[in-house]
Ligand binder design. Structure first.
Ligand SMILES: [Cu+2]
Length: 232
């Protein structure tokens, strides 16, 4: 059917082709957890109470928000075809150790970009990484050492721990291409400017693992991907 809307879309496609632009669309969606939202368990602070005990600590490994939206899910395209690299972030990425938590709990960083490992606590931390493809590091960060450099060269999913405070846990997702997003507190995400075509969308959550879904990105506008994890 040739509605005014499809005609307008067609005109936009023809204009883009004429201009030599890459036809690209957005993937927008929400990741839900089908089960009953768990109440995050409280974590007992057993060390450095004066600093670490200032704020409450809870298990952040499965945080379900409004309308079953799942926070901190990494969504990306498993099979991009344009060979683009994720550009360096405008602001240098940081792993901040603050109140004896890693902040943010999960983040996406471009492969190869130097990051700052920040000690905002003025006490000893010892960052210890558990990569799959990168070289692990295990470094003490004494109270006087505010910033240490870090770098992840290859795409990876890296768990971060502190050898001084056993409850400290975080994740760095090292991205080799630009088509990544992290869900917000309501489980929403958006991957922008994906070249039109068919792909495998993959999504990963630290506790629930990885799932995939086929997706077709339009030449203009957006496609909606509603993703869900079964109750566990
Ligand atoms: Cu620590």
């Amino acid at each position: 059917m040739n509605t005014p809307r499809t005609t307008a879309a067609l005109v936009a496609v023809v204009a883009a082709l004429a201009a030599g632009e890459v036809l690209a669309g957005d993937i927008v969606g929400k990741v839900k957890y089908a089960g009953t939202p768990p109440v995050p368990a409280k974590i007992q602070v057993t060390k450095d109470q004066a600093v670490c005990g200032k704020a409450e600590h809870v298990d952040e490994s499965l945080i379900v928000g409004a309308d079953k939206g799942l926070r901190n899910v990494v969504v990306d395209i498993a099979d991009p075809k344009d060979g683009k690299k994720m550009p360096p972030a405008a602001k240098k990425p940081e792993i901040d150790q603050n109140g004896c938590k890693f902040i943010p709990h999960v983040q996406i960083v471009p492969a190869g970009q130097e990051i700052d490992i920040v000690n905002d606590d003025g006490i000893l931390h010892n960052i210890h990484t558990f990569p799959k493809t990168n070289t692990p590091f295990n470094k003490a960060q004494p109270k006087f050492k505010k910033v240490m450099p870090g770098n992840f060269e290859k795409p990876d999913v890296v768990q971060i721990k502190c050898d001084v405070h056993s409850w400290m846990q975080g994740w760095v997702i090292v991205a080799g291409h630009p088509y990544y997003a992290l869900t917000d507190a309501a489980g929403n995400f958006k991957i922008s400017d994906v070249p039109a075509g068919s792909y495998t969308l993959e999504y990963w959550q630290e506790k629930l693992g990885k799932q995939t879904k086929p997706i077709t990105v339009p030449a203009t506008g957006s496609v909606t991907a509603d993703l869900e994890y079964a109750a566990k």
